[in-house]
Write a protein that binds this ligand. Sequence first.
Ligand SMILES: Nc1ncnc2c1ncn2[C@@H]1O[C@H](COP(=O)(O)OP(=O)(O)OP(=O)(O)O)[C@@H](O)[C@H]1O
Ligand SMILES: [Mg+2]
Length: 263
Amino acid sequence: MTTEQAAPLTGKAPERPPEGEPAIELVDVCKSFGKTEVLKGISATVGAGETVCLIGASGSGKSTLLRCVNLLSPPTSGTMRLHGKTITDPKVDLNAVRSRTGMVFQHFNLFPHKTALDNIAVALRRVRKMSREEARQRGLAELEKVGLRHLASSRPGQLSGGQQQRVAIARSLAMEPDIMLFDEATSALDPELVKGVLDVMKDLASSSGMTMVAVTHEMGFAREVADRVLFMDRGVVAEEGPAREVLTSPRTPRLQSFLSQVL
Ligand SMILES: Nc1ncnc2c1ncn2[C@@H]1O[C@H](COP(=O)(O)OP(=O)(O)OP(=O)(O)O)[C@@H](O)[C@H]1O
Ligand SMILES: [Mg+2]
């Protein structure tokens, strides 16, 4: 019988920092488009491995906030740190930040003429410089995780909307992001397809230790999966707390009114 050995000190660094450390820190983040102030001083922290749902009325700034976090559309002012690194620094490498931050949108933007597998593999070859075979194996493994390995050779037009969205999630995950951002990933789907995508997101939240921020109108999902909920109202975080508490005992009249409309 062999004795248990201590991990070698020279071993590979862990892929993600330990849970509990902040993965995302936002300090007084503001975003304006011309004279329109959309985000009016957002301060929030998301712990590593935490799942946070962002809820709020249309136009409250949820998508704008996610687009700030992955620097698709950087904030006008304020400070943002990802795993302790200040990404609002003008010298930051935008591509490096974006590649560590996976984002899944309502519309999945797969290449229509490529198979599900190639949609994933092409990014791995271009961005990760993987060989064709390495990218293929990795792509198949990611498709397996979202239950679609058997459809690897199908093109997007041959897949349902829910399956396409699962391919888009697999494509993001293949890049091994530290953080996944979801912007209403299920709201363009027919009701019967929503569950399959939410199940993939649930698995990700519970089994992988991934840090997730999901904008959602699915309050059942938020209650079940989110560690915390942030309620945005007209460009500010108007209320936040543990999911069950925020969703079942809202303190502010604005959140009470919002929940009475969506529940
Ligand atoms: N590029 C832009 N230029 C000008 N105004 C913008 C731009 N992007 C967003 N806005 C404005 O910012 C506000 C917030 O938009 P945002 O898309 O963040 O809202 P949201 O909370 O995601 O809404 P929804 O639930 O409908 O997706 C809206 O009033 C919108 O018109
Ligand atoms: Mg939006």
